[in-house]
Design a protein around this ligand. Sequence first.
Ligand SMILES: [Zn+2]
Ligand SMILES: [Zn+2]
Length: 485
Amino acid sequence: MKKDTQPAKKSYFFGPGWNDLGKFIKRFWQFNQDDIKKKAEKIETGKGIMSFSGARALMSCISLILFGTIFFCLIAATVSTVLGVAFCFVYILILAIWLLDRINLISKGIFVACPNCKSKYLIPTYICPSCGEKHTKLTPGKYGVFFRTCNCGKKLPSHFLTKRGSLAAECPKCGVSLSGTATKPLCIPIIGGRSSGKTAYINAFSYEFIEKVAPRNGIEIKHYNEETERFYNHDISNDYMGGTTRMTKTEMDLKQASSKAFSFIIHHNKISPDRLVQIYDVAGESFVDNTENEEQLQYTYCQGIVFMLDPLSIPMVRNHLDDTISEIDRSSVGTLDVDLVLDSFLNKIRQITGQSSTAVFNMPIAIVISKGDIRTLDRFIGDEKISEYMTENNLDMDSFTVAEDELCRKFLMENGLASFVSNIDLKFKNNRYFKCSSIGHTREVGRYNPRGVLEPMEWIFQTADSGMKSIWHENKFGNIKRGDE
Ligand SMILES: [Zn+2]
Ligand SMILES: [Zn+2]
């Protein structure tokens, strides 16, 4: 119970109220005792109990003890019962208000996903803005219903209705400071081997979404904190403008998290609560070798996964390559086997969730073939190829993503990745294939000109969150063919 003690004043109904009742009963008993004492003294100073008046006094003393005590018990019991019932009523009311708070959190998908230690919880540690004291359970209860009073005297909101989320907060597990604690997180890990194009993808998606998608759809973007704002304005924007990418560092400091989140908050007057987009990036080496410093718990609560697949890491595709590929692209070929990346990923999810090797996962997974600007790919999955396929199959314009999925799958199956494709089908009920080019051309020759980076995320957002679908629906994602259907 000790850890439940909060640095705040208890409400009247827990503690002070019962103290008052105790005091009342004690004082009432005292009155009763005083009366009896007075009567007893009268007998002692009288003519003795053998006299008539003495006997009468004794009788009245006995009846006082008897009836006085009965009377005391009756009154005390009545007062206690009335007060007890009233208090119980208050407790039920508080419980109902607490329940309302919980239901609001759960039904709206509001929770906190720590970007550092990846733990998930409903209520983080909130910090008193006046004295800095930490409140671990800022919910309706014995310290107050809608507000509680910190030991320093500051009134703190303790319910979603009183805007608890506006307080500064930190992670109860690792102590990192948190923002957007009253939002619905949309966590999307980007996975893939080394040089599979994860960082370029995150750069391109974030920039395109924040600078283009948001303004044209009436979405307001808020940065998560000063650090992410700086990261966006310097690292992401500079990479975007210069056509470069940073290598995701393999985190050597064991105290630091291996996978880094880039987060921003989406505000739109059509949806409530705000959405907190958290995009996770982890260095390919730590991912495949399973040497991350922290447990990758985000895979248990993420709304979707983007699996980056570098087509140049496929040996059969490399054989098709001609001289049009630049030296830079040639040297940045992801060397890891995609099967290895998938295996390592599946092992990781199983380890965290404790599920068996036959488990099927529900979260949507977008398999994204990166570096789509390489001309060799055009003859397999180029836009012209997709258009041809649509004409051949009498598909309407809205079916572009359906044709894209079909051709990307076919491309992988025909180039030695048939087992990868069937493995994905087996493990992920909801999978879809995309192609993209994050930079739009060879690295380091001018600003990004991305193609196809928004669609995979838009599909995940639309699949996982109907609210997001109502504010971002620039592409249609028709039903795709799988198995014998
Ligand atoms: Zn944490
Ligand atoms: Zn305080």
